[in-house]
Design a protein around this ligand. Sequence first.
Ligand SMILES: [Zn+2]
Length: 232
Amino acid sequence: MPTKSAHLTIDDSASNQMDLRVLELARRGIQAVWFCRGDHLAARPAAGIHALHAGQILGNHSWDHPKFSTLTLDQARDQIDRTDALLDSIHRKAGVERKIKLFRFPYEDRIGSAEHHGALQEFLRSRGFVLPDIEGVEHQGFLQHVAENDVSLFWTYDTEDWTLPSPDSPDAGRKLASVLERMERDDPQAGCGLARTGREVVIMHDHDHTAGLWQVVLQGLLSRGLQFVPLV
Ligand SMILES: [Zn+2]
């Protein structure tokens, strides 16, 4: 099995499973970027602090996960600033330096009007958000975002773990098999290309209801030769 390097990103934290998932990553020596919703993190600040103590990175994923194209600029800025103030406070309480400020739009809904998009990107930069320099990516969609000087961190491979039901659902086995089978497909521009060359930026989701299925998806990625390396 050939190996290739990848970065792990996890959206919608903090769930009631986050502590367990952080421990699983720590056990394997994996650092991920956890893009947190402010409302979820406010409900579980201890999970964020635990993650920071385990060497994980916390990113900003808005306050309550709206579609940004439906917001006014003031509403959009408020979504970002409110969550950012909470992230600053979590870092202070953890006694961990905030090394980098990363942002991801909910649903990757970042467009709106050209004016709205440009103003938001400028706002993110003014608040210190950056797109990290990730070498070796070949995924065309990802490179297009980089070429557009977009601050929001896109991904090259969506595990589609968000399609999974709870483990006790009658559909769980079939849906899980589908998520794992998708990793074998070779359609890189559609986000299905783990067998190809090029660094991957993988997206998973930190949802309550998927519980232990999450670990099976992670194992699926590792067994296909992905070696997760720190982003910062
Ligand atoms: Zn999300």
